[in-house]
Design a protein around this ligand. Structure first.
Ligand SMILES: N[C@@H](CCC(=O)N[C@@H](CS)C(=O)NCC(=O)O)C(=O)O
Length: 328
């Protein structure tokens, strides 16, 4: 399980969230400032964080689905040359996320941190809380701008548009109501729903989470039988938030989190949709299935005490897909 900083000190206390009546309840992120085109404050937090190439640094894990969405938006918006990235080791044990050497690890170029918790200590010497990824760091004021992935992707979508980002609006005005409603349901039932299944400590809590999860997959399967993307003809933020969970589902959530009523490969539309998206070069280069498999099975020792990583299943994300049958 994950450890915590308490008053700036690394502690053995453990909390990815809390358990209430057997139910897993995720804790909220704490740094909530926004990068904006002109440095004005965003929907929360204070201003002063102007979008400028080279000013911000992103700390991520390739295993983490929340970090994954920020990497997808960064790639789709052409921000790879403007916002550098550090990648942690896949194994998260008693020191939280680390920069231990390993395949695909990119060390911290700024503070030469060994652990992600040091980034939080540097931002706030008295910080208490989880030390999660993703983290968006401001090199100029030397602090964390934001550690909430849903907000980081929102700012990446438009803040850098005047600074050379690629065209494309993944949260267009006319679809916001629909995107927000989908995000809500997909967050509770899927993105966080898989964790609610995997970390439940009572049968009733597990049953409730599993029921919501598969009802939501059924709903999405139906929706995607009629249109290419969740909101119709256009790829949106809702798709970007769904995809990381779909990409991890059969490899990890089916076994490790007991989400095994059906697999994604058993849903023809969801499975074709997953391949349609992951085969795009910008998205493909953000997906590292080895980090995913080794992280979950190796790190959550409370549900997999020996940390054994299973040998399968083999999943072929390169198979052709049939999604071009829809108009775009
Ligand atoms: N609400 C956060 C959640 C991020 C999160 O939970 N990240 C996990 C990895 S998948 C983490 O860093 N856990 C470490 C910990 O809790 O100590 C977001 O969406 O950015």
């Amino acid at each position: 399980m994950a450890h915590l900083l308490i008053d700036g000190k690394w502690s053995d206390e453990v909390a990815l969230g809390r358990i209430e009546q057997g139910r897993f309840v995720r804790k909220e992120s704490q740094f909530r400032n926004w990068v904006t085109g002109n440095g004005a404050p965003g929907p929360s937090g204070r201003g002063g964080f102007v979008a400028a190439p080279g000013r911000y640094h992103l700390y991520i894990s390739h295993a983490c689905p929340w970090a994954h969405r920020t990497m997808i938006m960064r790639a789709l918006k052409g921000l790879e040359g403007m916002i550098d990235v550090s990648v942690v080791h896949w194994l998260m044990r008693e020191n939280g996320w680390t920069f231990a050497p390993g395949e695909g690890v990119i060390p911290d170029p700024l503070g030469e941190s060994r652990f992600i918790y040091e980034i939080y200590q540097r931002a706030d010497a008295d910080y208490s809380g989880r030390t999660t990824v993703p983290v968006l760091w401001d090199k100029e004021t030397k602090t964390i701008v934001n550690n909430e992935s849903s907000e980081i992707i929102r700012m990446f979508n438009s803040a850098f548009d005047g600074a050379g980002a690629l065209e494309g609006d993944y949260y267009p005005m006319e679809l916001r109501g629909e995107i927000d409603a989908l995000n809500d349901r997909i967050y509770n039932a899927l993105n966080n729903g898989v964790y609610r299944c995997g970390f439940a400590t009572t049968q009733a809590a597990y049953d409730e989470a599993a029921r919501e999860l598969f009802a939501t997959l059924d709903m999405l399967e139906d929706r995607l039988s009629r249109q290419r993307y969740l909101c119709g003809i256009q790829l949106t933020e809702a798709d970007i938030r769904l995809l990381p969970t779909l990409l991890r589902f059969d490899a990890v959530y089916v076994g490790h989190f007991k989400c095994n009523k059906k697999r994604i490969v058993d849903y023809p539309n969801l499975w074709n949709y997953t391949r349609d998206l992951v085969q795009r070069p910008a998205i493909n280069r953000t997906f590292h299935i080895d980090h995913v498999r080794k992280h979950y099975y190796g790190s959550h020792l409370h549900i997999n005490p020996h940390g054994i990583v299973p040998c399968g299943p083999g999943i072929d994300f390169t198979l052709p897909h049939d999604r071009e049958r829809f108009a775009t």
